[in-house]
Design a protein around this ligand. Structure first.
Ligand SMILES: Cc1cc2nc3c(=O)[nH]c(=O)nc-3n(C[C@H](O)[C@H](O)[C@H](O)COP(=O)(O)OP(=O)(O)OC[C@H]3O[C@@H](n4cnc5c(N)ncnc54)[C@H](O)[C@@H]3O)c2cc1C
Length: 416
């Protein structure tokens, strides 16, 4: 990946992008495609590393962005089934007629996006950390960077796009509110060998506070007997919760009884819904740092890429008009909200609903879903990202209406 590394020379770019995660690189790609001079600073020496993500994405959404199929070696497996388990081991499955999701090798995916952006004309500078934002008269006018631990250097830009991920440290320097700690869960993601008793085209989802309070656990198998296993929690140490899942959960402990962890990583996931203001004078925030992440599943790649494209369009229009003020950049927030706010609102309610349930109620809910035939009502759905619109579509089906009435009763009884 050294070919991405360049020296800091010459005048500043029109747009600086902080972070070469998928969102930063996709913003760079969309800027470069319309001829905007964009430079990405990435603090790590290698794009995609260290990886913290399960890389479980919707094939439909990737295809609609022209990102599927992907180069060989990027897709590790595809899935048409999701098995949900309560902490007692009750199972509810949704089986679709064709694969709807893919597990990606996130490092390769990130590298692919960066290569596309570089081929389109974006510049990537690795091993270079943005230490701080430069402010002049209330405008973000560039960044202070440090390369390979050497002396700090100032780089000017007309617009800075913050794609720094969940830490949101620089966001606050630009005068915006950081992510609310209340909306965060702490996650662990492990690579494991010797997984048993799993269907190769099914993802396993373990619900319940006993193992993953405020979120869920997952097992995403590969075809070679290895898997990605993880969970998020708002209570306790994620490593201890994972240990409990692997040794005590009635189903996961069987599937993982012989499993050996070969790699492990820890990272936060933001579930609080998008921040209220993701723009300032000369500044846009995208991806995890703007909390553009699904509150139900914690998936942030698709919505992050969607908003990165909108950020690139907004930035290029603002540059053309010669106005990078927050008034001009506000259109970014309006466009993102117009596209996503309904789905975010529904998902925030679903997250609140799930969080309100005791483990016994989750167990009951999975049994009722099977009895009402919710699996059949959802069997032709391939939408996992725009969950609000998906709910609207399936609500007309009698089994879904019955299920939603039942969920409403559960919610009311949990909060009575
Ligand atoms: C355990 C786990 C599992 C997940 N699984 C899924 C999943 O299956 N599907 C899904 O859609 N989402 C998943 N997510 C969420 C997903 O990983 C994020 O939503 C996604 O990575 C957001 O992309 P991003 O580019 O905004 O941020 P990141 O991927 O975090 O990238 C930010 C980049 O910025 C760099 N950076 C940060 N600060 C600086 C700085 N000051 N200077 C220079 N560079 C900097 C970082 O090194 C990094 O490369 C998961 C998250 C976790 C924690």
């Amino acid at each position: 990946m050294t070919k991405y590394t360049r020296q800091l020379t010459g005048a500043g770019p029109d747009v600086i992008i902080i972070g070469a995660g998928p969102v930063g690189s996709y913003a760079a790609l969309n800027l470069a495609k319309v001829g905007v001079n964009a430079t990405v600073f990435e603090e790590h020496p290698k794009i995609g590393h260290p990886s913290h993500c399960a890389g479980h994405l919707s094939i439909r959404s990737l295809s609609s962005m022209g990102l599927y199929p992907l180069p060989k070696g990027t897709v590790e497996n595809t899935f048409r089934t999701a098995n949900f388990y309560s902490s007692k081991g009750t199972k509810f499955s949704i089986r679709l007629s064709k694969p709807v999701t893919a597990a990606l090798n996130r490092a390769r995916f990130d590298q692919y996006l960066a290569k596309q952006a570089e081929a389109a004309g974006a510049r990537f500078i690795l091993n270079t950390r943005v230490q701080s934002i430069i402010m002049n008269d209330g405008f973000v006018t560039g960044v202070n960077v440090q390369q390979n631990g050497e002396k700090q250097e100032q780089v000017a830009s007309k617009i800075t796009v913050d794609a720094e991920g969940v830490s949101s440290r620089l966001l606050r320097q630009a005068g915006l509110r950081g992510l609310k700690p209340r909306g965060l869960v702490y996650a662990v993601e492990a690579e494991v060998e010797n997984v048993r008793d799993v269907e190769q085209d099914a993802v396993e989802v373990y619900l319940g506070k006993a193992y993953a309070s405020g979120f869920y656990g997952w097992l995403i198998p590969r075809l070679d007997g290895t898997a990605k296993v993880g969970l998020g929690t708002n209570r306790g140490n994620p490593r201890d919760c994972l240990q409990a899942l692997m040794t005590k959960h009635p189903v996961a402990s069987r599937q993982l009884s012989e499993a050996k962890i070969t790699q492990i990583s820890y990272h936060a996931i933001t579930l609080g819904g998008p921040i209220n203001k993701a723009y300032a004078n000369g500044f846009l925030a995208v991806g995890d740092c703007a909390s553009q992440v699904k509150p139900t599943t914690g998936g942030g790649v698709i919505f992050g890429l969607t908003c990165a494209k909108i950020a690139a369009e907004t930035a290029s229009e603002a540059l053309k008009q010669g106005d990078v003020s927050s008034d001009a950049l506000q259109v970014y927030q309006n466009r993102c909200s117009g596209l996503l706010s309904f789905d975010f609102n529904v998902m925030l309610k679903l997250r609140r609903f799930l969080d309100s349930l005791s483990d016994d109620k989750v167990d009951e809910m999975l049994r009722v879903c099977s009895r009402l035939g919710v699996d059949k009502a959802l069997s032709s759905e391939d939408e996992i990202d725009f969950q609000g619109k998906m709910m609207l579509r399936v609500m007309g089906k009698p089994s879904m209406l019955a299920a939603i009435s039942y969920f409403a009763m559960l919610y009311l009884s949990a909060n009575a």
